[in-house]
Design a protein around this ligand. Structure first.
Ligand SMILES: C[S@@+](CC[C@H](N)C(=O)[O-])C[C@H]1O[C@@H](n2cnc3c(N)ncnc32)[C@H](O)[C@@H]1O
Length: 349
């Protein structure tokens, strides 16, 4: 499958990168759809109309995921009946006409889709909790509880990592009666460290937080799941059930200012863990520098009574990488490699 002549333009390269990304991450459906999008852009069709204003956007802005989710939302709400026949998320089976049906769907909804292109990517993937758990465990200090501060938290589903159950032979973490269970999520051995981990505070921020208790919020979260990845949809629904029982507070705020306030006066006797997953790419270069500087300065102030951990799951090529930096001391470790949506996860400690 190729992306067509448009691969020689910035927009064509962005589409091709996303197509390959979807293929590598196991979505044959989106790989096929994006090949059709590339051809339609070459032909000057409706996909070009919607995407052209974002042609120079950095790859990290993930403009294709915005379009794909906008269309998926219309499938989920019953608007796009023809395309629904190809989408397993609503009981369909991808057929030979999939790409053409997608392009027709875009053609019928250009103004609506153009308006969703300005909203950010809201993939709140609870499977990433498996990868993040490696970091929480690696930095766990028995006897010391933690407070978790997540930036770019979306609906906050990964702030509930300790409410999910993870299990493999002779190893488990989290409540066995959790509605979200990860069976054998590891490549190789599970993490060497074990819990329990006591979370005394959990809080997140997002520039556009999603309320997981509202039907609109649930619909938005589901629209960002790739339609042929039914296990991901099932675990999102399970995580939403956990979130309903354990609501978390997500402030509508920009990461840098929010974190500066939260790190100003760390509570003693608690490990402060700043976490984020697949969000760094959405920060501007100055914001990234400011965030790193903020963490360095907070780390320099950390003491044995007020330790600080920076836990992040961010792109590392074909896979995501999980790293921790802990203060006092400022030691950085690579603790896991993971698929972008979580399992399978290779724990490195
Ligand atoms: C791809 S989603 C990842 C969500 C969640 N971290 C996860 O892994 O499931 C990126 C999130 O970062 C948020 N975001 C982007 N820029 C931000 C900023 N400057 N401050 C706070 N949140 C931001 C977006 O609104 C979005 O919810």
């Amino acid at each position: 499958m190729t992306a067509g002549a448009s691969a020689s333009t910035a927009l064509g390269r962005t589409i091709e990168l996303q197509r390959v990304g979807c293929e590598l991450a196991g979505s044959d459906l989106y790989a096929r759809v994006l090949a059709a999008v590339a051809r339609d852009v070459d032909d000057g069709g409706p996909c070009r109309q919607v995407l052209e204003p974002y042609a120079e956007a950095p790859v990290g802005d993930a403009i294709l995921l915005r379009l794909l989710a906008g269309v998926h939302a219309l499938v989920l709400d019953g608007t796009l009946e023809e395309l629904a026949g190809h989408y397993p998320s609503v009981g369909g089976t991808p057929g030979p006409d999939l790409g053409a049906a997608f392009v027709r769907a875009v053609g019928a909804h250009v103004p609506g889709l153009a308006s969703v292109m300005d909203s950010g990517v809201q993939t709140n993937e609870p499977g990433r909790s498996v990868a993040l758990l490696c970091g929480f465990l690696a930095e766990h200090r028995p006897g010391l509880p933690i407070r978790v501060l997540e930036i770019g938290a979306s609906a906050g589903l990964n702030l509930l990592f300790d409410h999910y159950h993870y299990r493999s032979a002779g190893w488990s973490f989290g409540p066995p009666d959790s509605q979200l269970r990860f069976d054998d999520p590891w490549v190789g051995r599970p993490p060497a460290a074990r819990g329990p981990i006591e979370v005394v505070e959990r809080r997140g921020c997002d520039v556009d937080p999603i309320d997981p208790s509202s039907p609109a919020g649930v619909q938005r979260l589901r629209s960002f799941v790739w339609p042929d990845q039914l296990p991901r949809l099932a675990r999102l629904d399970a995580a939403l059930a956990v979130a309903a029982a354990h609501p978390v507070e997500i402030d509508r705020a920009h990461a840098v200012g929010w974190l500066r306030e939260r790190l100003a006066e760390p509570p003693p006797g608690v490990v402060t863990v700043v976490s984020h997953s697949i969000m760094f790419q959405y920060l501007s270069q100055p914001d990234r520098s400011e965030l790193l500087d903020l963490l360095e300065r907070a780390g320099a102030r950390a003491t044995a009574a007020t330790p600080l951990v920076w836990l992040r799951m961010e792109p590392g090529g074909e896979q995501a990488e999980v790293r921790t930096t802990s203060w006092p001391g400022g030691r950085t470790r690579l603790v896991a490699r993971s698929s972008y949506h979580g399992p399978p996860v290779a724990s490195l400690l």
